[in-house]
Design a protein. Structure first.
Length: 111
């Protein structure tokens, strides 16, 4: 019996992003994260001003894919999340099974 090698897909293959709207101040994205994807702990960088993100989790994965943030403005049932990604570290745990669909609104407020 011959051993087979399983090659894991590249991380970028596990994410599909559709830009729904883009302007200087507001961006809206529809994002699908597939099983195996995770977002490492980080802070978003902005050139100037304040960055706010409102994430609406349309579909939660069957296992994993939990959003973790040092501080949220509000987090309602892990489905509706408003936070400052430029101030507080945040991450998403590895998606074990299923997909995570997200509608993300990013507002950059002038300083």
């Amino acid at each position: 019996m011959r051993a087979s090698t399983v090659i894991a897909p590249a991380m970028q293959d596990l994410v599909k992003t559709r830009i729904l709207f883009r302007s200087k101040r507001l961006n809206i994205y529809l994002v699908r994260y597939s099983a195996g994807h995770r977002i490492v702990r980080h802070v978003d960088m902005v050139a100037e001003g304040k960055l706010y993100k409102f994430n609406w989790v349309l579909v939660k994965p069957k296992a994993g894919g939990r959003f973790i943030c040092d501080k949220s403005i509000f987090n309602l049932f892990g489905r509706f999340i408003l936070f400052r990604p430029d101030l507080y570290e945040h991450e998403v745990s590895r998606i074990e099974r299923g997909n995570r669909w997200l509608l993300s609104f990013a507002l950059n407020q002038a300083g």
